[in-house]
Design a protein around this ligand. Sequence first.
Ligand code: CTP
Length: 399
Amino acid sequence: MKGKKVILGISGGIAAYKSAILIRLLRKADAEVRVIATRNAFEFITRVTLETLSQQKVYCEVFGNNNDYTSEHISLTEWGDIFVVAPATANIIGKYACGIADNALSTSLMAFDKQVMIAPAMNDKMYHNSALRQNLQKLANRGVKVIEPSEGFLACGYEGQGRMEEPENIFRHIEEFFKISDCFKDKKVLVTAGPTYEKIDPVRYIGNHSSGLMGFEIANEFASRNGDVTLITGPVSITSTHPGIKRIDVVSAKQMYERCIKVFPGVDIAVMAAAVADFTPEKAAGTKIKKEKEQKMMLKLKPTKDILTKMGKMKKKGQFLAGFALETDNELENAKKKLQQKNLNMIVINCLKDEGAGFGTDTNKITILDNNQKVLRYDLKSKKAAAADIVNYIIKSIK
Ligand code: CTP
């Protein structure tokens, strides 16, 4: 873990004493550690202990003379590769889930846009409280990794689930994250996103409802794991992308086809999430089509080239090709056909019947089908978290 940058958030629970061991393990593995503690954390562990072990100043107050400057929550969060909150009390979990930023730790969590892990620690009744369960689910759906507490003797005298996971195991989760985050280091990845617009005349086009978000989240996920990503996107309103992504904007299915065919031979992995038009006007009018009274409008369409089918034919040994299947019915059967016909390694199924899945939402409910006939169904979650599932699946497959 040499040079890896870990932000360790410590909130006020008795398990805070175990955080000292976690810092030791991380430092021994040559990781750099910066601690952000709540005021209550100091009821359980001293600032001196944390500063001595991390060899860094502990950040606790957003305002005050202790800081180098008042936007430490921004500079620190930009610095970190991962943010681990251990122990995470019911209070900090509730704040993070609801977007409350009222201390150094909750404010920093709000400003952090990379991987967050939380290790809850509390009494077992609190752990099974429905508000806490909902908050944990919310966070998991946003891509936060929850390191479940173990069963055993609790500080309150009860036996049950709520003991913070042992520091050695939390350390292993962090180690695993860094292993995974480097696994696309030398990999070139192509992702497509968004709709395509097929021109009817200078003011009209045929399009679809794709926002591009799913494809963008997949591209971001690969880039945040050090992949060399090219994103070919149709017209979307998304402007922010991971700085490591090379973005190519296209409009029509034909343009997307041309760019994809050019880029594909040089990549290791391609994930085609774009909603490409299947038909395009046979001929686009050069000037605006005028409406004639009572006259019906006939638009002649011709099929577009199927990019994925072409790429399936071009695919060389070692290349991994993933497609999407957008279905309204018979999803598994239809997706199986697409997987075979297009020579894919894997297909991600979106079923428009599922509430919260598909176009125009920031959530998705996916099913993954691979060419070993393995079917994996996932819960409804944010598109960011669904993208992480897809990328994790690809990692396992290419291994
Ligand atoms: N696709 C493509 N080129 C096209 C149409 C689709 O590369 N001209 C890709 C999509 O990016 C997606 C996959 O093919 O990864 C499946 O798209 P989908 O619209 O679900 O299926 P189609 O193959 O177009 O079949 P149908 O519309 O009949 O369901």
